[in-house]
Structures are given as C-alpha cells and as structure tokens.
Ligand binder design. Sequence first.
Ligand SMILES: Cc1ncc(COP(=O)(O)O)c(C=O)c1O
Length: 367
Amino acid sequence: MFVNPKARTWTCSSTIDVEINSFHCSLPGYTQTPLLDCSSIAAELDLRNVFLKDESTRMGLPAFKILGASWATYKAIKKLLQLPPTVNVQTVMNVIAQKHQSLTLFAATDGNHGRAVAKMATMLGIQSQIFVPQYLNKPTRNLIENEGARIVEVLGDYDEAVIRAKATAHVLGSDGLLIQDTAFDGYEDIPQWIVDGYSTMMYEADSQIYNITQARPDVVLVPVGVGSLAQSVVTHYKSQGHPCTIIAVEPDSANCLQTSLKSGISTSVSTKDTIMCGLNCGTVSSIAWPILQKGIDVSVCVTDVEAHESLLQLRECQVVIGPCAAATLAALKKVVRGKSTAPGLDKDSVVLLLGTEGIRDYEVPTR
Ligand SMILES: Cc1ncc(COP(=O)(O)O)c(C=O)c1O
C-alpha cells in the first residue's frame, strides 16, 4: 500500500467538454448504467454507504470502455476529415460513407478497449484492426472479432501490442487512425479524449448517489491498468470543491502505478497473467502520470485470490460483476481491515466502487 497525504488537499481544474454527455446520449443503446447499493457490505465495514457503479452493460458491451472509445473516435475523425466541430455523429457517418470508406481504426488491447473500438468502427461503417498480446485468451479474441474487427496477434505483451498497432496505423497514412487509450510522447490528443469520454460515468454516479443520499462520494475506488480511467476520476473529483479520497487498485502482478508512485518517476514493470486482464498493463499513460502522482491518495495492490473472493461476496449480494470490478471491493476491505490511514474513510463515508466490467469466464485462482 502507498499513501500520499498531500493528495487530500490537491485540486485541479476540469477541462471536460460539456458536450460529451449529450454526445453519449445520441449514441444507439445509450442509457445510464445502474448504481447498486451494497448496504450489507457497508454495514460489515462500518461505512455509511457503499455503492457500486455497475458497468456490466454499457451500450451493448460488458465494460465502460465504449464511453472513451466513442468520444475519442468521433473527435479524431472530425479532426482528420477537417469537419466543423459542431457536426453530429450521423453527419460524420454520411461523410465516411461518401468518400472515406478506406479509413481503418487501429488499437491494442487486452480485451475491453479493443472490443469498444471495433464496435465504433462497425457503427461508422469502417474497418478495424485490433492488436492483441500473445497471452490473450481465445474467448476474448472471439468477442472482439464478433464486433467486426480483424485480430492481429503480437508476439509479446500489451506494451508491445501498442507499439505494433501504432506502427501499422502509420503505414496507412491518413487512412489509418490509432485509437489508443494510453498516451506516449507525441500521441496525447486521442488518449485525452478517451479520458474525457469516461467522465460520463462519474456524472451519472454523482447524480444517482445524490438522489439517494443528498451527498457526494467521499471515497472513490478505481481499478488501474494504464491509468486513463483513474486520470478521469482524479480530474473529476479533485476539481469539484468537495474533498474526495481516490484509491487506485492494481493487480499485484501488474503494479506499474504503485511502483511509479513509490519511486517518484514513471516506471515500467513486467507483468504476469492475471484474472484482472483489463488491468494487465506495464506502463502508466504519459498524460495520466503527472495527475495520478499528485491526485491519488492511496494505491493498493490486490491478488487474484482477493479479487475472486470479493467477486463471490458481491455475487451473494446479487451484484454480478467481473474481476477488475471486484478488485475495488478487495482493496476497500484491505484498507478498512488493515487499519491503514485512508484520509476521509470513516463511518460517515459515502464510498463509490467503480464496477468497470461484467462477469466473464476466468480460471479460478487458488491460494
Ligand atoms: C474492466 C476494466 N477496468 C479497468 C480498466 C482500467 O482502465 P485504464 O487502463 O484506463 O487504467 C480497464 C482497462 O482496460 C478495464 O478493461
């Protein structure tokens, strides 16, 4: 566990585009995802409320990622085709159909992001190529393929898949568009739009929580892969004028954020297979790092067994979600039971777990 006491009072300004929410509302299949009240867990941990934002059905996909992929793709295509900023999605689709059908979207993924990009490409009537690490299992590849993508297997890990996707998109010139959810030197706009797109989840959660409690979340737990979602969470909650503690959760086998926070500089780690596949990333996004370094209050690592046990506990409370999502509860329990100092976490706290994915098959881990 790593605690940054200075994050409690650190604030930032939000630059989120007010149009994002109405853009998402205009997409086929958009509805707010549910907020689940985990009252028995709140009672067990002696907290006022524990809510879980259930992203297991987000616009027809079992994860939150389409929020970022859709907004970033829309913004990137408008920029590439030099369309006026005010054109809507339907107009973008018409322009593509008339003269840009050769456009191809590229992305690297360990599951959910690639599927979201593939779905966006199909919706827009264009092709997609999704680069996957060698270890990615067959069922996950099939799900991406079923959204209409061509899968390209990379001999290496997620970081290697990002390099290959970028290089292949580059070869196509203006017909190749990389929609990647992690930033690196010279590639910042699209990842930032992805981060911005995720904000819809927090706006929904805030109003849902307010309707029940007339309060705002005091503590938010966010699962971390490359840290883009956490960047969105920190930017949102540290710019609202209400003190909010952000707890970042990573697999112990892929803890690039915690390693970086401890050493004070962004540090890549080599990763091992985990049931929390969406979090299996070795490098923090370059635009996320400066924000997470200042704005993450607590960083917690959890094991596969802990994530699995929390998933089973949530299932007993009728909350059916996947391991990346359940990792947030595992981390909350570690912080509460370990008597670690998490500022703002006490019996009056309203806690929000970001339940980022739905249930999926995985090999049950053993102790
Ligand atoms: C289900 C799930 N949760 C959380 C994350 C973490 O998001 P990020 O990589 O932006 O940290 C991912 C990333 O793909 C994911 O698939």
